[in-house]
Design a protein around this ligand. Structure first.
Ligand code: ADP
Ligand code: MG
Length: 482
């Protein structure tokens, strides 16, 4: 269906992403910023909107917001202003949300990523800081709804893209790249199911070649990458059918329902005027000193794209390998520690990608208690490197190491897996085989080269197949000729 739509129309997508910052306390309140606590246990009078309670800006949140904006190459504004955005809803006891409106702290910028191995950039409009609202919990069986204000005043940044994405895959790749950066910076845990990263997708169609964008529809409640793609496809199809039937698109907000794989109209799109924005009188404008910016710039960690490029040049990885290995900071660190011990980027990278990643569900969180840890894995890989173990044996040992959480040495010994590599033992075997087969030796020496395989086979038979093939071959070559 999408292909047919795209013959006539261009799909236009812009994303608004809300990221919860991993601060100790909230944006405007000293209450703890923790997820999953007993309802209304992590609140202060600011979160509950008590009359007279005053907001105080959390500088840790400001620093995290700046770190993010720098990573996305935004222009940081030396002065920005908080505003009140008014609306009435039970999870918002003050009756307004403190947000940034006409003077956000960051403008412009871009998100860089690879799509089908090609570099791509999507420009950002802005990033602003705002506080979250509480949450209404509905108990349908009891016919009641209750309000949990733990989330009230949790710090958010809203990252607004330009309408530059042209396919569902591109939107998902953008969102993944954005999340990866926030996780590398350690400012957001990026958990879409828990809502610490939320994405609204604006979608419209325009006839190819038309000068102006079509009317957009905003999709809310998208809680995974897969749902982002599905919601966009659904919406593009819905708009296509309306347009083809001669109807016009209504600008509205629609709610994505993942269980039913469709969206439902939630409300007609509000205009800025509906929110009666006004500067927040209880907060000064936010003035950022150049010292503060310089300090943050200096402490910026290496970002995923930079790390990926470094892996390509320094470890001679393909773009594909480098992208996999840098897909999470924990994975990239695991890889680098292993290589530090083995000095073998190729072997380590292949082994990690085929064996380690097969056992890890979430490369983000999965390495904390993962065994083998880098030193145990390098011990195993160093045995492959020295020829003591074949790759096939290493895989077998690796699986036992993981299951039983113990080092390679004892497993190799118990299972009698070690490859015989020391030259003296191999030489003794070769000499025995030569002595036992004098006629074949004579034939070989008179030019019957094919018999090399016979000697190789006889030696391996003596060694029960555990002779290191390279070393054995080398010794045979030397001895048989003489
Ligand atoms: P609002 O808060 O009213 O939704 P924002 O400026 O925060 O407005 O967000 C607008 C979002 O919609 C941006 O991500 C932008 O790229 C996107 N957008 C704007 N026009 C279109 C369009 N015609 N089609 C698709 N997306 C659009
Ligand atoms: Mg919006």
């Amino acid at each position: 269906m999408l292909e047919k739509i795209l013959e006539k129309y261009e799909l236009v997508i812009g994303l608004e992403v809300h990221a919860q910052l991993k601060t100790e306390t909230k944006l405007m309140s000293p209450a703890s910023n923790i997820f999953g606590a007993e309802p209304n246990s992590a609140v202060s009078t600011v979160c509950t909107g008590m009359p007279g309670a005053l907001p105080v800006i959390n500088l840790q949140a400001v620093d995290m917001a700046i770190r993010s904006a720098l990573a996305f190459h935004c222009e940081i504004k030396p002065t920005s202003v908080f505003s009140r955005k008014h609306y009435f809803y039970p999870d918002l006891p003050k009756g307004y949300q403190i947000s940034q409106y006409d003077r956000p702290y960051a403008e412009g910028g871009r998100v860089e990523f690879y799509l089908d191995d090609k570099p791509r950039e999507i420009n950002l409009t802005r990033i602003h800081m705002e506080e979250d609202a509480g949450k209404n919990l509905h108990f349908d069986d009891r016919g009641i709804s209750l309000v949990d204000l733990n989330r009230s005043s949790v710090p958010l940044i809203e990252i607004v893209s330009e309408p530059e994405m042209r396919s569902p895959e591109e939107a998902a790749a953008y969102l993944k790249a954005l999340r990866r950066v926030l996780r590398y910076l350690d400012v957001c845990d990026g958990n879409m199911e828990e809502g610490s990263l939320r994405c609204d997708a604006n979608v419209s169609l325009r006839v190819r070649g038309a000068p102006k964008f079509g009317t957009r529809v905003e999709l809310k409640n998208i809680n995974s990458f897969r749902n982002l793609e599905r919601a966009i496809v659904y919406e593009a199809t819905r708009q296509y059918q309306a347009l083809e039937d001669g109807e016009s698109i209504v600008q509205e907000t629609r709610l994505w329902n993942a269980d039913e794989n469709k969206s439902l109209s939630m409300r007609s799109k509000e205009e800025a005027a509906d929110y009666r924005y006004m500067p927040e009188p209880d907060l000064f404008p936010l003035v950022l000193s150049s010292d503060r910016l310089d300090r943050i710039k200096k402490n910026q960690p290496e970002l995923p794209i930079q790390k990926m490029q470094r892996f390509i040049t320094h470890y001679e990885r393909s773009a594909y390998d480098a992208e996999v290995l840098t897909s999470s900071k924990a994975l990239s660190e695991y890889f680098e520690s292993v290589v530090e011990f083995t000095k073998e980027a190729q072997l380590s990278s292949n082994f990690i990608q085929t064996n380690v990643l097969a056992l890890i569900q979430d490369p983000e969180a999965g390495f904390e208690n993962f065994y083998p840890d880098p030193s145990a894995l390098s011990d195993l890989l160093n045995r492959v490197k020295s020829g003591a173990l074949s790759l096939g044996m290493a895989k077998e040992v690796f699986e036992v190491m993981h299951q039983e959480k113990r080092g390679a040495a004892s497993i190799i010994e118990e299972r009698g897996l070690a490859q015989v590599s020391d030259e003296a033992s191999l030489l003794a075997i070769v000499e025995k085989v030569m002595k036992d087969n004098p006629s074949q030796l004579a034939e070989f020496r008179s030019g019957k080269d094919k018999l090399f395989g016979f000697f190789m086979g006889q030696s391996q038979k003596e060694l029960k197949g555990k002779g290191n093939p390279q070393t054995l071959k080398k010794i045979l070559e030397e001895k048989l000729k003489a």
